[in-house]
Design a protein around this ligand. Structure first.
Ligand SMILES: C[S@@+](CC[C@H](N)C(=O)[O-])C[C@H]1O[C@@H](n2cnc3c(N)ncnc32)[C@H](O)[C@@H]1O
Length: 220
């Protein structure tokens, strides 16, 4: 059953922007299946990371280039973002990237228990209006799915530029025995570590003068 069958609330905005050019349509038709998600590849105990909602793919591609021994799965329903990453993956022969064009929850339900070494959720859609807050992706149901898929000792990295979302993220983890927040001082959530490159959305937040919050949790 998919998130659509389950009638789960949609956590993302649009799926399509501009009509794909002929080359982009070829990428989606020929290369997306080649670099698509195959659960068997995540069942062998190898090192695997997951990026949820990679947007334009800046962080995903940086990690893939800098960690060639790690298989990195990106999930993103927005077609333009998928095209960008597919284009970079095929141009740069990045063999370690896999892409699911759709909702991450469909992938998390298929992944074997303890199959991921790291997961990233960077600047999830903020859904700032009160009536939309229930659409926020980071919630206890998602933590259940992540807790199942992450290995003990795996790291979960989260970022947001919305103070209220940062607070609800921390609230979701407050009574969580399965994750431990890795923060000893305010620097730990104010400053992005060196092995965590910035994203396009984050640059916009910075230009607009919004504070960014960076959280690291370890799966117990
Ligand atoms: C605000 S954008 C940030 C994109 C990117 N991480 C960045 O920092 O530039 C949030 C992204 O999360 C994606 N997203 C939202 N819900 C998702 C879900 N359930 N599964 C996968 N991606 C999702 C959206 O399509 C969108 O591209």
């Amino acid at each position: 059953m998919t998130t659509d069958d389950r009638r789960e609330l949609r956590s993302f905005g649009r799926r399509r922007g501009r009509k794909p050019s002929p080359r982009q349509a070829d990428l989606l038709r020929d290369d997306l299946p080649r670099f698509g998600f195959d659960v068997a590849e995540f069942s062998d105990g190898g090192t695997a990371w997951l990026e949820i909602g990679f947007g334009g793919g800046e962080h995903l591609l940086w990690q893939a280039r800098n960690n060639p021994g790690v298989r990195i799965l990106g999930c993103e329903p927005y077609e333009d973002g998928v095209i960008k990453v597919l284009s970079a993956v095929t141009d740069g022969a990045l063999e370690n990237v896999r892409i699911h064009m759709g909702d991450v929850r469909d992938v998390l339900r298929q992944l074997p228990q303890a199959s991921l070494d790291r997961a990233f959720i960077l600047f999830p859609d903020p859904w700032p209006k009160r009536k939309h807050r229930k659409r926020r992706l980071v919630n206890p149901a998602l933590l259940d799915l992540l807790a199942h898929a992450l290995k003990p000792g795996a790291e979960l990295r989260l970022a947001t530029d919305i103070g209220d979302y940062a607070r609800t993220m921390l609230e979701s983890f407050r009574d969580e025995a399965r994750f431990l927040w890795q923060a000893e001082s305010p620097e730990d959530w104010r400053v992005r570590p060196d092995d965590w490159p910035g994203t396009r959305y984050e640059a916009k937040a910075e230009d607009a003068g919004r504070r960014r919050y960076y959280f690291r949790f370890v799966k117990i």
